[in-house]
Design a protein around this ligand. Structure first.
Ligand code: UDX
Ligand code: ADP
Length: 464
């Protein structure tokens, strides 16, 4: 394996929210290494090669522009990219299975397996394979088995290098991560492969922030980090319900407990519920693992984090219906924001999908505005959770601004914390709405005192 240091070529299979930005950062920081990012999806690759990137991330375009065409290339030619790469990152999706054994819980590894089979078919000589996708513990072993069983000319070292970037802050997170985690086999060859990857990251990240572990610790750490983060949100959301019934203020409670240095202030923002491609998927994965290994108590402990999140979303749509005099049938409700958090166009598992579905099923007319999410994505997401085309045609309007959405509405629901919502023209919003004019702030984003002063009825999460 020693002839692979230093690597000259890297390739990444999968140009999604993780693969694209991560490879762009590596290419920008390591101008001597050629980085090829490949994907089956031609439209996605065309977008990576254009001025309109498929992933909206503040600052990402500048990073891509710096390296694209110099040492960063996006293409659909997977085989050509694999054949002469020293390091192959695998960053394909691992959604929750929707069929068969483990449906609704286990991760679907069909894309991982597809990538491994492709590598085995094409690769010649020594290669380091790096798992970037979040995957269940022991997937590296499965990958190694597929690779060695299907390749006569390749020699493989499989590493786990989970990505901890959060969407919306991907560039910052990649530029200055809390830590980089690299897991490898504890053999001389495994150690050499780990060191090769360490050398790449140490081009811009202090060595002491690069942790190396065995493969399984690395794989499990990613699931556990996401489970702990999600658990904090479910914990504060559970308290939000108590605050509402007792007259406490959840933001004040979060501030008070967060100043305890043992608890810390981050990830204590109560909301309509967490979304994103990772939290739910990874917890379900953890639950599945625990059940598989005969630990039902541990499984149900973690499952409750998801149950609390589901309840928070239902509670929010229920609150809207109850407040609007127990019926939203034929009433217009403005929905502000559809992305799962601000500064991303990603909607995977967004709370907005479920709140909109519930309101549509109650007969509401939804007027929706999101500054970054496309109409196609919104419609596809709603259909995926069971909303019919007829309902979409009859009850959903996509608007060009939050003020337009609020026109003739009985209520406004803030579901994503986009900064521009703070700057809306609230006098105009109020004038255009039916009275009483309700605002349901699912992100505790707005200045509620001011809104009440100008005449709104405000419901906020966790405010008694
Ligand atoms: C998460 C992890 O943070 C990241 O390390 C991992 O690599 C991928 O999963 P991401 O899903 O992109 O990142 O965003 P994150 O900022 O973690 O937010 C997840 C969800 O939790 C969002 O819906 C967000 O609005 C919500 N959230 C977050 C809260 O409701 N309250 C908080 O205090 C923090
Ligand atoms: P993430 O958020 O983890 O980056 P995404 O779903 O956004 O996940 O991206 C994964 C990408 O991987 C998709 O664009 C998909 O087309 C691509 N992909 C899946 N399997 C393969 C494969 N065998 N070869 C190339 N690309 C693949």
């Amino acid at each position: 394996m020693t002839n692979m240091i230093p690597p000259k070529k890297i390739c990444c299979i999968g140009a999604g929210y993780v693969g694209g930005p991560t490879m762009a950062m590596i290419a920008a920081k390591c101008p001597d290494i050629r980085v090829d990012v490949v994907d089956l999806n031609e439209e996605r690759i065309a977008a990576w090669n254009s001025d309109e990137l498929p992933v909206y991330e503040p600052g990402l375009y500048d990073v891509v522009k710096e390296a694209r065409g110099r040492n960063l290339f996006f293409s659909t030619d997977t085989e050509a990219a694999i054949v002469d790469a020293d390091i192959i990152f695998v960053s394909v999706g691992t959604p929750t299975k929707t069929y068969g054994r483990g449906a609704g819980r286990a991760a679907d590894l069909c894309y991982i397996e597809g990538a491994a089979r492709m590598i085995a078919k094409v690769a010649k000589g020594p290669k380091i394979i790096v798992e970037k996708s979040t995957i269940p513990v022991r997937t590296a072993e499965a990958m190694r088995t597929i690779l060695t069983a299907n390749s006569s000319e390749g020699q493989f070292q499989v590493l786990s290098n989970p990505e901890f970037l959060a969407e919306g802050t991907a560039v910052e997170d990649l530029q200055c991560p809390d830590r980089i985690l690299i897991g490898g086999e504890r053999t001389p060859e495994g150690d050499a492969a780990v060191e090769t990857l360490v050398n790449i990251y140490s081009q811009w990240i202090p060595r002491e922030r690069i942790l190396t572990t065995n493969l399984w610790s690395s794989e499990l750490s990613k699931l556990v980090a996401n489970a702990f983060l999600a658990q904090r949100i479910s914990s504060i959301n559970s308290i939000s319900a108590l605050c509402e019934t007792t007259g406490a203020d959840v933001d004040e409670v979060a501030r008070a407990i967060g100043m305890d240095s043992r608890i810390g202030p981050k990830f204590l923002k109560s909301s309509v519920g967490f979304g994103g491609s990772c939290f739910q998927k990874d917890i379900l994965n953890l639950v599945y693992l625990c059940e598989h290994f005969g630990l039902p108590q541990v499984a149900s402990y973690w499952e409750s984090v998801i149950q609390m999140n589901d309840w928070q979303k239902e509670r929010f749509s229920g609150k809207i219906v109850n407040t609007l005099f127990n019926t939203v049938r034929n009433k217009r409700i403005a929905v502000w924001g559809f992305a799962f958090k601000k500064d991303t166009n990603d909607t995977r598992e967004s709370a907005a999908i479920y709140v909109c579905r519930d309101l549509l099923l109650e007969g509401a007319n939804i007027a929706l505005y999101d500054p970054r999410v496309s109409q196609e994505t919104i419609i596809a997401d709603l259909k995926y959770v069971g909303v019919s085309q007829e309902m979409i045609d009859a009850q959903l309007t996509i608007c060009d601004s939050c003020e337009d959405a609020a026109l003739e509405a009985h209520g406004v629901a803030v579901l994503t914390e986009w900064d521009e919502f703070k700057e809306a023209d609230y006098s105009r919003v109020l004038d255009g709405m039916h009275k009483p004019a309700f605002i349901f702030d699912g992100r505790n984003l707005l200045n509620h005192d001011t809104l009440r002063k100008i005449g709104f009825e405000v419901y906020a999460i966790g405010k008694g």
